[in-house]
Design a protein around this ligand. Sequence first.
Ligand code: NAD
Length: 484
Amino acid sequence: MVSRVIPVDTFDLVIFGGTGDLARRKILPGLFRRFLSGQMPEGSRIIGAARSEMDSDGYREMIADAVAEFGGEESKDKKGLQAFLACLDYVAIDAKGEGGWAELAALVRHDVVQAFYFSVAPSLFGDLAERLHSNKIATSDSRIVVEKPFGRDLESARALNATLAAHFDESQIYRIDHYLGKETVQNLMAVRFGNVLFEPLWNNHYVDHIQITVAETVGVGGRGAYYDKSGAMRDMVQNHLMQLLCLIAMEPPSQFGADSVRDEKLKVIRALQPIDHHHIVRGQYDAGRDGQGYRADVENPRSFTESFIAMRCHIANWRWAGVPFYLRTGKRMKARSSEIAVVFKDLGHSIFEEDEARHRNILSIRLQPNEGMDLQVTIKEPGPGGMRLIDVPLDMTFAEALGADDHEVTDAYERLIMDVIRGNQTLFMRGDEVEAAWAWTDPLINAWEARNDVPKLYDAGSAGPEDAMMLLHRDGRRWREIKG
Ligand code: NAD
C-alpha cells in the first residue's frame, strides 16, 4: 500500500561533485531507485560534473559500482541498471576555472526542468553560480540544490545566502536537510494536522514535555578534521534537531504549501528562548571496548569539541509556555536511534485504587530504526487479578502496517530530489530559517567557547554523560531509553 508513483516532468539534473561520496552513496543510488519505480521520465538526463578527468563511459562504470555497493536489493536488476546508466553523462569541470563549461553548456537543455545539485564544498557555491550564468547555462527557472553545512555561524550563513541570492531567486534555491525527507517526519505533520485526535491536546495544558533524541553508534569516521571544527551543535542541532523541533511545535499552517509551512517554522525558531548554560550538557566520547576515544579519532589531543549535546529549551508562546523541550544527540551512543516523544501529563485524578504506578500517554515518533510511531496507552492488565493497569504501545511500524518492504519506504534523498524536479520547496529550508537558527545557536556556542568549556567524558556505547541524566532528573523526569 505504497503511494502511487507519479512521474515528474522530464529533467536535466547536473550533479556538481558527481564523483564524491555523497553522490555515490546517496544521490545516484536514490535516483536509480526512482528510475526503477518509473518516476523518472524517458529523456531525462543526469550529468555528473566533477574535477576528475574521465569520459561518460568511465562515469557509468563508477556509478554502476556505487549502485552495486549502496543501492540495496534493487541493484540486482541488471537490465534496469543498464537502462539507468544510459541516462548518465559526465563532464570534467573546474568550478574555479573555465575548463569543461562549454561542454556542459552544450549538454544542458533549456526546454526541460533544469536542476543543479551543488554536492561540493560550500566555498565553491559562488564560483558555480557565477559560471552557470556567465556560460548562459542557468535560466530564471533553474533550480539549485545545496547541502549542509549551510555556514558555520550566522555571518557565514548570511554570506552564503548573499552569494546565492546574487544569482538566483529564493524560489530557485533548495537547501537540503535530509531529515525533512524522512517518511516519519512528514507523517508527523499528517498525524498532527490530518486527525482531530491530537491537535486539541498539543499544548501546555496536556503535554508535560517533549524529548527529541538523535543517537548514532558511529564515531566521527573519516570526517574527523571537519567534525572537530564543527561539533554536535553545529553538525546536528542547528539543522536536523531544530527542524524536528519546528515541525512538532509549529502552529497549523493555513495550507500545506512551501511558504505557509516555512513561515510557521520560522516563528518557532524566533520564539526559542536563550538557554542558560546550566541547561546544556556537552560531552565527548571516551575510548570504549571496540574503539578509541574522540580525541584520538580526530587526532587532536586537546580538543574541546562536543560529540554529544543535551539541552533544555523553551518556546516563548501561548501554546508552549512552561513545556520543556529536551534535545539530545551524540556519537558512539549505545544504539542508533532517533525519536521524538511527546510525553503527556498525568491524569488529574485516578479512580483506580490499585493504580499506584504513574501511567502516562506517550506518543513516540521513530525516525530510525523501524520508521513508525507508537502511542502508549493505559489498559487493564488481562486476567482475573483485579483492576490492575498496565501501559501498552499501540504500535505502527510503517513497513509492517503499510505492507511495504524496507526498500519501498523511500529514502529521504530520493523524495527530496523528486520534490526539486516538481518545484515543491515545502521540505527545504528557506534562507531566513537557516539564519534564524544560527542566530539562536551562535550565542550558545560563543559563550562556551569564551569560557573554554570542557566537555564531559562519556563511555563509548553509553547513553551519554551522567550530567545529561541529571538535566532531566533535576526536573523530576527521565530520558527515554535509547533502543536500537
Ligand atoms: P567529496 O570530497 O567526497 O567530493 C567532493 C566532490 O567535489 C568531488 O566530486 C570533486 O571532484 C568535486 N570538486 C572538488 N573541487 C572541485 C572543483 N574545483 N571543481 C569541480 N569539482 C570539484 O565530498 P562529499 O562527501 O561528496 O560532500 C559534498 C558536499 O556535501 C559537501 O559540502 C559536504 O559537506 C556535503 N555533505 C556530504 C555528506 C556525505 O554524507 N558525504 C552529507 C551531508 C552533506
